[in-house]
Ligand binder design. Sequence first.
Ligand code: SF4
Length: 325
Amino acid sequence: MPRLKIMSLEESVRHEEQERMSAEIFRQKKARYLFDPSSKIPFRLSRSRLENFLSCPRCFYLDRRLGIEPPGMPAFTLNSAVDELLKKEFDIYRRMKKAHPLMERFGVRAIPWAHPLLEEWRQPFKGISYHHPSLNVVLYGAVDDLWVDEERTAMVVDYKATCSQGPVSLEGPYRQAYKRQMEVYQWLLRRQGFVVSETGYFVYCNGNKSLAQFDSRLEFSIEIIPYHGRDSWVEEALSQALACLTKDSLPNSSPDCGYCHYRQRAHSKEEESTPEPEAGSRSSSELSIIVQKGRMEAYRYQFGVGHKKRTPPLAREAAQQRELF
Ligand code: SF4
């Protein structure tokens, strides 16, 4: 039998007011990221949300148009630590205006780029951004690093960490997203007026699991893998993503998404096995809401705030429902 936490009347009023305020703050925050077809304000879209559109237009629409975000994932803190340390390491050579020894080992004729905006371009909610005038959308994405050669040609660099047997490669379905990520950065950088090499680089760190023991350390082998990017798809994808958000109906979902198959199967099983509620009966959550609201009414009634001199109906029902708990 569900049990209710009994609050005092004052606590109930305070609790409801706090909930109302946090719901309002949450709504306002969220509204800033949602697409509004009638708004003239440029719509900000991150590279990762554009990738969401490419993998499933329905999820993208639910998220950016209707405000239903997919469940979050815990942060990959070990990968973030590798990124941070690599940034620090390449920054040492950036300050010295010298190539990192790894760049020499893998035949990259460039040095880490000491561009004054690099720190801003690395920040997750700023990144490199471009306002597309006719679509009125600002696409942005944060780079890990940029290198530059003697002809001032910029190169996009992405750090990756993994732990796989054998040499790492750029093959496989989810690594296609890595390639698109690099191509979006190349596109964004070109929109800033820079000459950008079609060749970008992945600095790939591969953890070694075959050591005899952990001994408080993880060893990595590091490779620099060149990738020849083609950014011609980006503008079209951006335009399709905006067209998707402008519609008033849900787009199709991705046929390959395991989570959606799970969701649909679970939903149909739940429908099959949930007994029909008896006429007039209420669920425990409905009952608890009645009890809370009844307390509020009783409180306002007691202190004469805008109530007629009679027992408020919800307070009366709440008093009856309390008997059930
Ligand atoms: S297929 Fe379903 S669960 Fe999967 S990403 Fe799309 S809407 Fe979300």
